[in-house]
Design a protein around this ligand. Sequence first.
Ligand SMILES: Cc1cc2nc3c(=O)[nH]c(=O)nc-3n(C[C@H](O)[C@H](O)[C@H](O)COP(=O)(O)OP(=O)(O)OC[C@H]3O[C@@H](n4cnc5c(N)ncnc54)[C@H](O)[C@@H]3O)c2cc1C
Length: 428
Amino acid sequence: MADIVIMGAGLGGAIMAYEMKEQMRREDKLTVLTKDPIYHFVPSNPWVPVGWRSREALEVDLAPAFAKRGIGFKASPVTKLSPKENTLETADGSTLRYDYLVIATGPELAFDEIEGLGPDGFTASICHIDHAEKAAGKFEAFCKNPGPIVIGAAQGASCFGPAYEFTFILETELRRRKIRDRVPMIFVTAEPYIGHLGLDGVGDTKGLLESQMRDRHIKWMTSARIKKVDEGKMTVEEVGDDGAVKATKELPFGFSMILPAFRGVAPLRGIEGLVNPRGFVIVDKHQQNPAFPNIYSVGVCVAIPPTGPTPVPCGVPKTGFMIESMVTATARNIGAILRGNKPTFQATWNAVCLADFGDSGVAFVAQPQIPPRNVNWSSSGKWVHVAKVGFEKYFLRKMRKGESEPFYESMALNMLGIEKLKAVAKVE
Ligand SMILES: Cc1cc2nc3c(=O)[nH]c(=O)nc-3n(C[C@H](O)[C@H](O)[C@H](O)COP(=O)(O)OP(=O)(O)OC[C@H]3O[C@@H](n4cnc5c(N)ncnc54)[C@H](O)[C@@H]3O)c2cc1C
């Protein structure tokens, strides 16, 4: 019998639990440890500040969902990981031993790296449901007294899609409220060009997103480094290709939302061999940590190097489908090890993304993530909005029901030619 523990129950950790349950043996024990007893569907957070979604619509109560599948669950965050001893300590003072650990703790939001950034400072955030709800209050107040909007992604950020998505969602909502004419909008980003997305562009994301911004009168500033944020004012440096500061600008705002840089969560940071200097978990092609082979990792907490150098640091996004591919490979690899075999499954890390704009959207597929690619496709249209709503409903249903991968999902993905697992040669 083996004790398998999953640390974190967000998008990656929760589906990891369902897929692991399918792959483990009857006698094995599976426990999920997480910070929050309620799961929230993060990709829908951009709809919360404008009132298109409520917190309740995005919730799944994890305890009954896991209990139904015979999965142990404890909502107490891990405070200390000791990989040499194979133990975890949780905030309620207990210690847990594991034979296999899957780390799925997502990101810690590094607002503190820029003075005045974040929901405790002067900018809003959509990274967490609590932040998105706070942003809703700020946005309502803003609409009573409109002014300029500054929106974007800070230096070191990796999650660019939601910054674009939220920009266009706000723009749509301001038009609906008939106050768009009173709101100058600027998009400020660490990316070297619009549509880079941390992936050096996908298909024509540069053309598509620039064109949408021009159509909607949204200005932009690229290779931007935020120096500090004060009440109603952001100080931003424009960086040249040589890394030197070209200009420093002060941008006034009545409402601002900036995606921060991410880092690994506190109990992981500084563990030699387990994490990189930012606290992201080092994994090999089987999602396995080379220094501690009984530790695996999936999701945003995994270390992935940038696609290439940029004047201002830009990370690689880890999107939902890519995370699902990590989960499937990890569950099957642990399943193989439990039966005395070697891990052979490799995730594709394909990037598939739907960015909703409220009335239309942009979609892209990058296979593999790093160019040159076999599939390098992007497109836009009203269908993206419909597809994103479908994705939300489908994912939440899957989470509530505890399904790992129903038949029709596999079929749809196969029809699209999108695979979660690489064809693996069995090498002994
Ligand atoms: C605003 C936003 C919108 C996005 N939209 C999309 C989209 O449309 N499509 C897409 O494909 N991707 C999207 N993404 C990217 C990605 O899919 C999400 O970030 C996703 O939630 C990442 O999943 P995760 O499991 O890695 O992390 P999370 O979902 O953040 O989960 C992390 C979990 O770890 C837990 N945890 C943290 N610390 C501890 C601890 N010490 N002990 C135990 N548990 C802990 C947390 O409570 C949480 O349950 C978006 C990201 C953001 C921020």
